[in-house]
Write a protein that binds this ligand. Structure first.
Ligand SMILES: Nc1ncnc2c1ncn2[C@@H]1O[C@H](COP(=O)(O)OP(=O)(O)O)[C@@H](O)[C@H]1O
Ligand SMILES: [Mg+2]
Length: 435
């Protein structure tokens, strides 16, 4: 190895389940510039939204590291209350308020604020019998919390904010307002709310009067160019080379999801025994790709099943089994992307009376998280598709089995080996079509 070459660990290069750092690629200029502008504008609050897996968290974490000294991330969960969110933010500030170094480097921080922080912390400790029922001391108002964040120049990230219930969302919007009003004293103070949803309004419910001071940033799925940059960055860091066919296939199979791209690349490296930067360039070929896909399918079969089962669930008996009819039509038509009319026309060959309203309503439901977001809709082309080739192949296998055997989808229980084989056969037909 030349002494100029730095060695990197594979797990830090391809990161399917954590925000990429080494292999972080800048997103398209428009998204990037909007986010950077918003981060730099005093008092500007930020809502980041877009599909799950599009790269929201990764983008934000990397930009915050570039532009901010410190940030605190509160991970929201279903059922979390406004008070629990406040307390989480407060607790995470502890490390800054008790660390002597934070104080010596920030001479501007008054000792008064530190003792205020510690006094609230103490009143907490008096009633900590049960963490989930900790009473929030009356002194911990949103205003105070704003000051605690502001004095330290820390911004507050609310991750997965779409999971919080409506009434709590409204209360958080009020905190955003307080933070805005403090921007004169604390220009860095802001809340960044991230949500895996289609509109900023679904993330947070803020007053129309706040609109001027809330930046709404949409992070779309990655385009082919961005995905190829992820792959090339990994090649450089590890001194490896993916054959051009492999790059093409990886991009195709990732279908906009950077996590799938990281996962496939990681699997290929593992199969070749690559655990860190190579001394001599190693080439990865189509055989490695096939092995990686097979491993990916096996490891994600539970997730695929979950998505499919959510999509197919029927709450009560209806005249039409809408999810089944629609997914089957899309699969039968063979193409990756289809228009509304193509789908409707196809359904009506067998079900002459099928109501257009059902199609409209279910095409929309099948994109929602409740139904595993199994379908996607491209705003620009207006076309519908499965959310990934893997989900599509899985759906195809299960629906074909059920049709053949006259079973309901719940009754199909294929051994994982057989299922993997069927999915791989289906995917390899797809590859023939690309190349
Ligand atoms: N800009 C990027 N560069 C490289 N990898 C990325 C980038 N954005 C996302 N990823 C990868 O994609 C996956 C999903 O990203 P994440 O930020 O968790 O998406 P989201 O928060 O939108 O659900 C992670 O594995 C991450 O490493
Ligand atoms: Mg995220």
């Amino acid at each position: 190895m030349t002494n100029l070459m730095v060695s990197h660990n594979l797990n830090l290069v391809f990161t399917p389940t954590a925000p990429a750092k080494l292999s972080f690629v800048e997103r398209d200029e428009s998204i990037n510039d909007d986010l950077v502008d918003a981060l730099r504008t005093p008092g500007m609050q930020i809502v980041v939204y877009g599909p799950s897996g599009a790269g929201k968290t990764t983008l934000l974490v990397n930009k915050l590291n570039q532009l901010y000294e410190n940030h605190v991330i509160t991970r929201c969960m279903k059922g979390m209350t406004f008070e629990q969110i406040l307390v989480d933010g407060f607790d995470q500030l502890n490390k800054y308020y008790t660390d002597e170094k934070s104080f010596s480097t920030k001479s501007s921080i008054s000792l008064g604020i530190k003792s205020e922080y510690l006094s609230i912390k103490n009143s907490f400790e008096e009633n900590i019998q049960e963490v989930s029922r900790r009473l929030v001391p009356v002194q911990l108002t949103p205003q105070r919390l704003g000051k605690f964040f502001g004095e330290m120049g820390i911004c507050w990230v609310l991750e997965d904010f779409h999971k919080v219930e409506e009434p709590e969302k409204v209360k958080i919007a009020q905190i955003m307002k307080i933070f805005m009003d403090y921007s004169v004293d604390y220009p860095d103070l802001k809340i960044l709310a991230i949500g895996a949803v289609n509109t900023a309004r679904e993330v947070i419910k803020y007053d129309p009067e706040m609109k001027q001071r809330v930046a709404e940033i949409y992070v779309p799925l990655m385009n082919e160019n961005e995905l190829s940059k992820v792959i090339y960055s990994g090649e450089e860091l590890l001194n490896i080379k993916f054959q051009s066919t492999v790059v093409k296939r990886t991009i195709k199979f990732s279908s906009g999801l950077a996590s799938a791209c990281h996962h496939l690349c990681l699997n290929m490296c593992r199969k070749e025994g690559i655990e860190s930067t190579q001394v001599k360039t190693v080439t990865l070929n189509v055989t490695d790709f096939d092995k990686a896909v097979s491993k990916y399918v096996k490891s994600s079969s539970d997730t695929l099943k979950e998505i499919f089962d959510k999509a197919m669930k029927v709450s009560r008996s209806r005249k039409y089994n809408n999810p089944r009819i629609i997914l089957k039509a899309i699969l039968d038509l063979g193409k990756d992307e289809l228009s509304y009319n193509e789908i409707l026309t196809h359904i009506r060959i067998a079900q002459k009376e099928y109501p257009a309203g059902n199609l409209t309503s279910y095409l929309s439901k099948l994109q929602g998280q409740d139904r595993g977001s199994i379908l996607r809709h491209d705003e620009i082309s207006g076309l519908y598709s499965f959310s990934s080739p893997f989900v599509k192949a899985y759906s195809h296998c299960i629906l074909t089995q059920t049709t053949k055997k006259g079973l309901s989808t719940i009754e199909v229980k294929l051994p994982i080996e057989e299922l993997t084989k069927l999915i791989l056969e289906n995917l390899s037909e797809k590859l023939k079509a690309i190349e």
